[in-house]
Design a protein around this ligand. Structure first.
Ligand code: FPP
Length: 236
């Protein structure tokens, strides 16, 4: 099976997974976090190059204070687990989004984990935390404007590549495939620039139930599509 180089995933449906079982929402998030860990190692085993997961959006701060604080605690646990079990993991990991709004101890753990995993050779995992596409583009515009102001860049020399190279994903190829779970069909402010030509795949599975077999189904569907990038494919 031909694998795309990069898959992006919107993990949705933790709350509904818990509700169906009459469990607190947090149990859904916790099970979702365990699923994330397992899926990353399975994706490493199949030889995928890059995968990006949407874990916490710039809009997620609007959830109840209790849920936000529980999600932040879950993130702490997730990072601690990666520190403790570093030897069992072969993947590299980094984070996209605006880290500056996160608690200082979380920022420290994120930097530590990124450094600790930087010598690994496996799949490159990107986790989006306090990420929003519009915010990412806003931050890129601020940086570019500074360069213009300092006289290092002329406005007419700003190309699409200039913008791409100021996004959080600058070192990563654009995802060829986006997967969203739980039957929702929205982009929710995720990688809007980078997904301009990507194929979208929507799964009815709730995130805690989404396994490697489901991801391979998505890849199969992706492989059956005719990608034209706005052009026309000649009839063979
Ligand atoms: C969407 O489910 C999920 C989230 C907003 C959080 C995603 C988080 C995880 C998968 C686990 C945590 C990961 C880390 C790295 C700590 P939802 O709450 O919107 O579900 P619902 O739509 O069914 O209510």
């Amino acid at each position: 099976m031909d694998l795309p180089r990069h898959i992006a995933v919107i993990m949705d449906g933790n709350g509904r997974w818990a509700k169906k079982r009459f469990l607190p929402r947090m149990v859904g998030h916790r099970t979702g976090s365990e699923n994330l860990k397992k899926l990353i190692n399975d994706c490493d085993d199949i030889g995928l190059e890059h995968i990006t997961f949407y874990a916490f959006s710039t809009e997620n701060w609007k959830r109840s204070q209790e849920e936000v604080s529980n999600l932040m605690d879950l993130l702490r646990e997730y990072l601690d687990d990666h520190i403790k079990n570093e030897r069992d993991n072969n993947f590299r990991i980094d984070f996209i989004g605006d880290m500056s709004r996160l608690a200082p101890d979380i920022q420290t753990k994120m930097k530590y984990v990124r450094e600790l995993y930087s010598t690994h050779r496996g799949i490159f995992v990107h986790i989006a935390i306090n990420y929003g596409s519009r915010d990412e583009i806003r931050r890129a515009v601020c940086e570019i404007t500074e360069e213009v102001k300092e006289g290092n860049l002329l406005p007419r020399d700003i190309t699409e590549d200039t913008i791409s190279s100021h996004l959080d994903t600058k070192a990563v190829p654009d995802p060829e495939l986006l997967i969203r779970t739980s039957g929702e069909m929205r982009l929710s402010n995720f990688l809007m620039w980078q997904l301009a030509y990507s194929e979208f795949y929507f799964s009815d599975k709730l995130w805690p139930d989404f396994k490697i077999g489901d991801l391979l189904e998505a890849v199969k569907s992706y492989n059956s599509r005719d990608r034209r990038f706005g052009g026309r494919n000649e009839v063979k």
